[in-house]
Write a protein that binds this ligand. Structure first.
Ligand code: ZN
Length: 189
């Protein structure tokens, strides 16, 4: 099979070698150009000992304005709790796809936290902003921002490994048992 494919290449080896040395075209693209498989091009390149030029550098995190802005936002305190909406707004980016590309690149490189940019709910963001700064019961905060289930939101985030610090509000025994029974009541529904 390989021989036959190689046969197609007969007489074109010099051109292929030239392309391999001088262009950054992928093996796949070169294979299509010369009517052979990607593997055949790869094999040829290896046998000939051809050193491929480095791929043209595309997106450079250090030079990308959006990436730098994302890193800057991610360094704010409790940045896991900044909603993607707010992040996009701060970046001045309307298109979600464009924003995600930069965010994913940074996550892959470990330059921003894996959880940064995952909070979608603006209400939850508002609730957390109060939670981190004010000494209020969780249910009161939820009520203030129109988030009925702030307790379960917190519980869910903790289960996902988000770093939710303890509430600033110190619950007395009565309040604690009221919340416990409320949680129980909801579970039974
Ligand atoms: Zn970028």
């Amino acid at each position: 099979m390989l021989m036959k494919r190689w046969g197609i290449l007969q007489g074109k080896e010099d051109n292929l070698a030239k392309d391999l040395k001088e262009t950054a075209l992928s093996f796949n693209k070169l294979g299509k150009k010369y009517g052979v498989s990607r593997q055949a091009v790869h094999g040829f390149c290896k046998r000939q000992g051809i050193k491929r030029p480095l791929k043209p550098k595309g997106h450079q995190t250090e030079e990308c304005r959006l990436c730098q802005k994302l890193i800057q936002i991610s360094k704010k305190p409790h940045s896991q709790f900044i909603s993607s909406h707010t992040i996009r707004k701060e970046m001045g980016v309307k298109s979600g796809g464009k924003y995600l590309y930069h965010l994913r690149t940074l996550r892959d490189k470990g330059l921003v936290d894996e959880k940064f940019g995952r909070l979608l709910s603006k209400r939850a963001e508002k609730a957390y902003a109060i939670y981190f700064t004010k000494r209020l019961p969780i249910s009161t905060i939820g009520w203030q921002v129109g988030l009925k289930n702030f307790h379960s939101v917190i519980r869910q985030h903790r289960e996902w490994g988000w770093n939710v610090p303890p509430s600033l509000y110190v619950y007395d025994g009565r309040e604690r048992s009221r919340i416990q029974s409320e949680i129980q009541r909801r579970k039974q529904r």
